[in-house]
Design a binder for this molecule. Sequence first.
Ligand code: PEP
Ligand code: MG
Length: 602
Amino acid sequence: MKTQQNRVLEGIPASPGIAIGPAYLYGRPEFVIYRRKIREEDIPKELARFEEALIKTRKEIMELQKSLAKKGASSAKIFEAHLLLLEDRMLIEEVINELKKKKLCVEYIFSQVLKKYINAFSQMEDDYIRERTADISDVGKRILKHLLEQDKGHVLELPEPSILVAHDLSPSDTATMSKENLLAFITDIGGKTSHTAIIAKSLEIPAVVGLGIATRVIKPGDLLIVDGDEGKVIINPDSKTLQRYQKEKDKTLVSVRQLESMLGDLPAETLDGRRVTVSANMEFPSEVESVISHHAEGVGLFRTEFLYMGRQDLPSEEEQFEVYRHIAERLKPNPVIIRTLDIGGDKFLSQIDMPQEMHSFLGWRAIRFCLARPDIFKVQLRAILRASAYGNVKLMFPMISCIEELHSAKKILAEVKRELSRKKIDYDKDIEIGAMIEVPSAAVTSDLLAKEVDFFSIGTNDLVQYTLAVDRANEKVAYLYRPTHLAILRLIKLTIDNAHANGIWVGMCGEMAGELPLVVLLLGLGLDEFSAPPISVPKIKYVIRNVTYEEAKKVAEEALSKGSADEVEEYLTSTLDGLLNRCLKDTVCELRDVSPWLKKRK
Ligand code: PEP
Ligand code: MG
């Protein structure tokens, strides 16, 4: 009998779908050591890592010793023994020999040898020697910490199809982990629009975040059901629950496929003829095929930072050019909006020395970073411009907060264009330039910004966090993170109105664009383009094709007249429930398939 049966944990739905499988616990990095195979030619590199870790540990201990000695602490002497252990030939040679023999990563080999030593010492009769066990363990942990630090870039691989259970996953962990055998992931912390959640959606892996206690109550091997639509996890379900979810899982797949085949390449046009664009967001170059298979009408946001993450060096102009060119050619004549590097916030690059900031989302992020590092910025701009000669490429600047930033970015872009022209390198001379509207100051001054660009794309993931002062990745304040807050609806309306008054089009690439009940509202506000994860594209198109623009305008008007987010959501639930059910009557889909949002609020 399992320790807990049918226990339900409630979290935040981060990526839709249902997954069923055993739990694989991913502990905090300093305590988890993976058994990773290495190749013969990797042996010298692994041994060099070992040597480096020993040197670092020695330095660390000596510094500690010095500072304790300065304070007159007698404990400084203890570290003499630790330093001696670092030179223990027997231990070092055993690690080297085992590594060569077994061809496994050095941290795994070292941890095994260490365990053996600790066991042997703890069984010694001599009290003095036995007490040295703690010293060995202490030094061993320091060495391991250094080995694991160097090893951050390594990819986590699951040994069998499993559900990954972690306290937290950084966007870089998620982006670099192997997807083989990964059925779903769940985390203790995190918010709906954290980049980790966004990556899960782009990979089409169900995910629930903000579960609070998952890593404390779930044991390795527990059978889990992950319901990514409703944000629920069921631990060791009974057979009835299991059957119900298995059925639900199969049906969801069928209904999504049915929707897709019904729609095919049909345009996103309302019943009374208003035509909008539904495009896809993408994070990884390989996703271009899924953009095509889900019939998106182009890419509304390519988050280029994932090209830079999980590696030791920066991507060269040539490498970036090849990626952008490939995507542009594959999607031609549909557009690809390439967003310039948006690091900082919750995305960091190990190859660049970025300061630890108290409020990283408000700090050295996105365009601020790029303007401070024109060397890095220009490489990317050159690559994007060069790719524009091969398809319909548009360029977009993230996190614009004032007009001066836009001027500076455009000035650098003009320099790069001149440079290319001088060298007679081809690029699209009329390439469209856009600004993301994701900072409240940009939305409020969108009348001024509109005169500087060809289009806007509203980034609600950030707009919500900055306007409502709610960290998008913090589950504790997730209840306050509401795109239906009237401040958000009003800022969106203002941005769309200002864009249209200045003759430019406006899209939305934040997650809000893929929330179906809000699609109707946004349509009614006059949004021209919706960009969401590829998997959401058919559903968005379906809703748009089954309402009239007049209907949508009324929904928007009515929603804006409400007094609170609660009232807006109540209104949308009552109105759209009927409307969407009407749309679905000829399909095998249920409300749950198209809109967990409505289902959850019932
Ligand atoms: C946004 O902020 O809405 C957006 C699309 O950008 P990101 O999620 O990458 O910050
Ligand atoms: Mg953003």
